[in-house]
Design a protein around this ligand. Structure first.
Ligand code: SF4
Ligand code: FES
Length: 248
């Protein structure tokens, strides 16, 4: 291998051809600012046009380029070959999701879970446009802002051992999204979401490994959101013993 080349090992799986996923090695010209996505583009443009992988923005915003890089969930556009010099680099599809083709994971279950948590502002008393803006104080914004930074990349699901064992578990990003709306002073939908929080597959399915927060590329800290959800769930349990269950 010439000094300016680097070997990139890529998981391949074409369901019409391959019985099982396998690894294929490619030699890619190395440049210091080359990301994993750049390497995959080089392979697709110059060596094998059939390589399949997801990407879009190339700036850690769209959340589509999640892969396992040397076994760790990473964004391909935010991960650079220079950090793997001398170690070798292997790119695989996101763990804990079925493989659709090459590096494309089937994240349908994750997307369904995001929808399930009612990720929108629910109002019991409608506000008319003529009433003006629904203002928030900086302190009210701070309560949920961090949790609103999620880009739905799914890295936290690939990192979560509980989701890996049981995909009925709602998982880090969906529970964080739920918490984000519960913390929003404009929202009145907490009671509509509490059964999801309290369920066995809700916050109590989390054993607080915390790896989800470690791999999150946006600093969302889903583990913290879930632990706060456990406090809410416990409060709900105590209140339910003191007064009749709130009507939905
Ligand atoms: S919480 Fe972080 S790791 Fe999980 S989907 Fe959102 S941005 Fe990705
Ligand atoms: S390509 Fe959009 S997050 Fe990486």
């Amino acid at each position: 291998m010439s000094e300016s080349m680097i070997r990139v090992s890529v998981q391949r799986y074409r369901p019409e051809l391959d019985e099982a996923p396998f690894t294929q090695d490619f030699e890619v010209p190395y440049e210091e600012d080359m990301s994993v996505i750049d390497a995959l583009h080089y392979i697709k443009d110059n060596i094998d046009g059939s390589l399949s992988y997801r990407w879009s923005c190339r700036m850690a915003i769209c959340g589509s380029c999640g892969y396992m890089v040397n076994g760790v969930p990473k964004l391909g556009c935010k991960t650079f070959l220079r950090d793997y010099l001398g170690k070798g680099i292997t790119v695989e599809s996101l763990a804990n999701f079925p493989i659709e083709r090459d590096l494309v994971a089937d994240i349908g279950d994750f997307v369904e879970k995001l929808e399930e948590v009612k990720p929108y502002i629910i109002r019991k008393d409608a506000i008319e446009i003529s009433d003006g803006e629904h203002l928030q104080t900086p302190a009210q914004l701070t309560r949920y802002r961090q949790y609103s930074l999620c880009i739905n990349c799914g890295l936290c699901y690939a990192a979560c051992p509980q989701y890996g064992l049981n995909n009925e578990f709602m998982g880090p990003a969906a529970l964080t999204l739920l918490h984000r709306y519960n913390q929003d002073s404009r929202d009145q939908g907490r009671d509509d979401r509490i059964d999801i929080v309290n369920a066995e597959e809700g916050v109590w399915g989390c054993t607080f490994v915390g790896y989800c927060s470690e791999v999150c590329p946006k600093g969302v800290d889903p583990a913290a959101a879930i632990q706060q959800g456990k406090v809410e769930s416990s409060t709900d349990f105590v209140l339910s013993k003191l007064r009749p269950r709130r009507s939905k």
